[in-house]
Ligand binder design. Structure first.
Ligand code: SF4
Ligand code: SF4
Length: 251
């Protein structure tokens, strides 16, 4: 995965949602590459696309149909440029706009995100990942502690636990955590110290984070969630398809 793509461990989106957007993007991407063929008068014949689905396998099969002619090679070189430069630049520009909207929003300082954080992994798994060098897990376990049981989290935040779980779907049971460093006034008692994880200062860094319904960033998430998923899917697919085409051209 490219370094500019937020890792999925920060995402709280359903697998079905992601697959849906991935398939949608894959088809749009195929249209763009086909357009690169159709727009060039030098090319004759039909592009070697027989069908489109959402998997890189589709691109592999398409490439197998290329006959190595100069026409195909020129088209593939155009595709490479689109996948490496044109599309990623446009997508990163769009993500930067979304990020700049994020930074204009003021936190309500309700402290809920410190008292009810959710992760896909249980505490033992996060600790194991932290020992293995995972920097996010290291930062997270530096401050967050697990609720003794899920029932304890539900007793404290019944509606929010249900809302966060509903956001990702019941098939992905979440684990809930709380940070002991949030003060009664909702302020961070380790603010400005090395103890405070970097992600606390950037939460929610993407509309793909789990955001409780009353968070100041919830409306922003509502507006930008789908487009952000599509942006991330585009970056992932551009990189995967670029790799397949590069391999074909070097044959
Ligand atoms: S370290 Fe501070 S900002 Fe981060 S979760 Fe704890 S109290 Fe909240
Ligand atoms: S839940 Fe949202 S509004 Fe409340 S403190 Fe966290 S970031 Fe701010």
């Amino acid at each position: 995965m490219p370094s500019h793509v937020t890792t999925t461990r920060h995402w709280k989106t359903t697998v079905a949602q992601y697959q849906h957007e991935m398939a949608w993007v894959s088809q749009r991407l195929a249209d763009v590459l086909k357009q690169a063929w159709n727009n060039d008068g030098e090319f004759s014949g039909s592009a070697p696309f027989l069908g489109v689905d959402s998997s890189p396998q589709w691109m592999k099969e398409t490439l197998q149909r290329c006959d190595g002619s100069p026409f195909h090679r020129q088209w593939l070189e155009k595709c490479l440029n689109i996948l490496k430069n044109t599309l990623p630049q446009a997508v990163l520009g769009q993500l930067a706009e979304i990020e700049s909207e994020r930074s204009a929003i003021a936190c309500h300082q309700c402290g809920v995100c410190c008292r009810l954080a959710s992760q896909d992994e249980d505490y033992e798994t996060l600790l194991a990942k932290a020992s293995g060098g995972d920097t996010f897990a290291q930062e997270f376990t530096r401050v967050f502690l697990p609720y003794e049981t899920r029932q304890h989290a539900e007793n404290r935040f019944p509606e929010l636990v249900a809302a966060l779980q509903a956001e990702v779907g019941e098939e992905r049971p979440l684990h809930f955590y709380h940070c002991p460093y949030v003060g009664q006034d909702n302020r961070c008692t380790v603010y400005g110290t090395a103890k405070r994880p970097a992600f606390c200062g950037t939460y929610p860094e993407t509309p793909l984070s789990a955001i409780q319904p009353n968070c100041a960033w919830k409306p922003w998430q509502g507006e930008q969630h789908t487009i952000t998923l599509q942006c991330h899917a585009t970056l992932v697919l551009c990189e995967a398809w670029h790799e397949h085409i590069s391999e074909t051209l070097s044959c």
